[in-house]
Design a binder for this molecule. Structure first.
Ligand code: SF4
Length: 372
């Protein structure tokens, strides 16, 4: 557990709420859930450092995959000694719960979840952000909690009966591409909550939040997850008022990634959000940033209708910026000769996470939801 976390979206929300940005990790351990887990920062940190410096807590949670990349092995543990820590924190915090694991990993027993939610229920001065790659488990747990009514946390040390959803708990899910969006967003929006958010990081493909499909009664509907409008696919019914996403966070992959995000994927998410007033936060470019010629006197031109390349550069002279070319559908090429003819591609520079920064089109995007 740590106060003053550097995680940008936690900091931005904490600043808005005049609270301390913090992390709280009552669960240790995880396993990969999606393609976005490949370079899991937590698995690398645990494998390389924490399993040696704090073996009692972290040893035995990771292994190396076939490419020698550390990954969690599915072992999960309850960190008993931090369970009550938020109760001792008097000043309000915004807690990112489990930034080193997934609270809703299928190996986490639900009585552990009850104990963790009991702490959140007992500390209404704090705001808790739950981000999961397993919204199906979140929805199943929430469904049971709703069914239990005021008996949900009976037997836990909670002063008075509480019901799901807790007013100080925000729920979110990770969306790396449209497939993730189609699978995860309906589950997130079907789970009762006071606030819902998505983390589009690492963004690995374009995402259209305005065209999510899900079954509804006996038909298939398509809806806009940002403004709640819907219409029946192959039918005439339409309406509005569906549950919506309240906050969108986006970022590229870091940690030695070779999967640059196409810059227009971020722009599209930003534009979808700003069109309907949903807060958008651009967390980071990641390992790569859009190539910037660095001066107003340098223009870009279209070369063979394939990609933009700065005037004065020959493609073969771009080695210094370790170029990658990314297509709108997410294919990535290290050499421009490999780009299929007629395929548009964007030139990306491997700058490293710090240098790549988080400026998109000349400004930072740190919007967070307005809440009382
Ligand atoms: S779900 Fe999160 S913590 Fe678990 S492996 Fe994936 S990225 Fe890592």
């Amino acid at each position: 557990m740590g106060d003053h976390t550097p995680i940008e979206w936690v900091r931005a929300l904490a600043e808005k709420r005049n609270a301390i940005p913090a992390t709280w990790n009552p669960i240790d351990g995880c396993s990969r859930a999606t393609a976005g887990c490949r370079l899991c920062y937590a698995a690398q940190l645990v494998h390389v450092r924490l399993s040696k410096s704090i073996p009692g807590r972290y040893a035995g949670l990771t292994e190396l995959d076939a490419q020698n990349v550390p990954r969690f092995n599915g072992v999960v543990r309850l960190a008993e000694h931090v369970l009550d820590a938020p109760k001792k924190a008097r000043r309000p915090r915004v807690y990112f719960v489990c930034d080193m694991a997934d609270l809703f990993h299928p190996n986490v027993p639900w009585d552990w979840l009850d104990r963790i939610f009991a702490t959140m229920a007992a500390t209404p001065q704090h705001t808790y952000l739950l981000l999961t790659k397993r919204p199906d488990v979140l929805m199943a747990y929430a469904g049971l909690a709703v069914q239990c009514g005021e008996h949900w946390l009976a037997g836990q040390a909670v002063a008075q009966a509480v019901r799901w959803p807790l007013p100080n708990v925000w729920i979110g899910t990770t969306v790396t591409d449209q497939k993730d969006a189609a699978a995860n967003i309906p589950l997130l929006l079907s789970t009762p909550a006071v606030m819902r958010f998505i983390s589009a990081e690492p963004l690995l493909g374009p995402v259209d939040l305005t065209a999510i499909q899900r079954p509804f009664d006996d038909c298939l509907i398509q809806y806009d997850a940002l403004d709640g409008r819907w219409h029946e696919v192959d039918g005439f019914s339409a309406g509005y008022g569906m549950e919506r996403i309240n906050w969108v966070i986006a970022g590229g992959e870091s940690g030695g990634s070779d999967r640059p995000a196409h810059p227009d994927w971020f722009r599209s998410l930003r534009d979808q959000c700003t069109a309907v007033g949903v807060p958008f936060l651009f967390k980071q470019w990641g390992e790569f940033r859009e190539f910037d010629t660095g001066g107003p006197d340098v223009e870009t031109v279209e070369a063979d209708d394939q990609f933009s390349i700065p005037v004065g550069y020959h493609p073969c002279e771009l080695g210094a910026i370790k170029p990658h070319f990314v297509t709108p559908d997410g294919r990535c090429f290290q050499h421009f000769h490999d780009i299929p003819e007629g395929t548009p591609a964007r030139l990306m520079e491997r700058a490293g996470k710090k240098a790549a920064g988080r400026v998109l089109d000349g400004r930072t995007w740190d919007q967070v939801p307005e809440v009382a």
